[in-house]
Design a protein around this ligand. Sequence first.
Ligand code: AP5
Length: 216
Amino acid sequence: MAIVIFGPPGSGKGTQAKLLMRGLGVPHVSTGDILRDRIRSGADLGTRAMAAMRNGGLVCDDVMNRLVAQRLTEPDAANGFILDGYPRTLTQAEHFAGWLAGKAIREVVIHLEVDYNIIIARLTGRRQCPRCGTVYNVASNPPKVAGLCDLDGESLITRDDDREDVIRERFEAYERQTWPVLEFFRKSGHRVVKVQTGDEAPEAVNGKIRQVMESA
Ligand code: AP5
C-alpha cells in the first residue's frame, strides 16, 4: 500500500508517518529528510535548491521527481511506503500518478488539517537529531536530557527553516503550489481522507488516522 501524508508544514506528517511505519513495516519516505541528508553528506544539490529550502520555497520538480523515483525502487519499498512531503506540486502529482498507474499498489491520501497558530507554536519548539532523525518538541515531546537525543546522545538541532518568517513563507508555498494537489487527487479518483487535528497528542491523531483508513 502507498500512503501519502498530505498537509501544511508542521502539521505532523513526519510524526504520523513514523508512527504508521512501526505498525505497517513499510518505509517512511520523507523528501525533506532526503534533501537534508544530501546536504549534510555534501552531495551537490545545487545552489538554487539549497536557497529554496533555506527561504521556505520549493525545490524544482525535476530534482524531486528523480529523487523520489530512485528511492521508491529500493527493495524495502517493494511492499509499500509512506510518502511525506511529496507530491507537493501539480507537476509532481501528475508524475507520481503516472508512476502508480498500472502498478498493483493501493494508495490513500491522508490529509492532515491543523490550525496555523498551533503549527507555529509547534515548529518553533521542534528539535531534531541530526544523526537518526528522531523529532522532539520542547513543549509536547521533550528529550529525557535537554538538548540530547534519547536514542544516540547526539546534540539536537533546530532546523534553519523553523524561524517564524520562514515558516510563513512555507505556508505561502503550501497554499499556492501544494494545495491544488489535493483537488488533483480527488478529481483523478484517488482516495483522499481528511483528519482534522487540534491539541491531541500524536498517538491520538494516529488513532484517528487508523480509523479513517479502515473505513476508507
Ligand atoms: P519538509 O521537511 O517536508 O518540511 P514540511 O513539509 O514543511 O514539514 P515539516 O517537516 O516541517 O513538518 P511535519 O508536517 O513533518 O511535522 P512534524 O511531524 O515534524 O520540507 C522541507 C523543505 O524541503 C521544503 O520547504 C522544500 O524547500 C523542500 N522540499 C521537500 N519536499 C519537497 C518537494 N516534494 N518539492 C519541492 N520541495 C520540497 O511535527 C512538527 C513539530 O510538531 C515537531 O516538533 C513534533 O514533535 C510536533 N508535533 C507533531 N504532532 C504533534 C501533536 N499532535 N501534538 C503536539 N506536537 C506535535
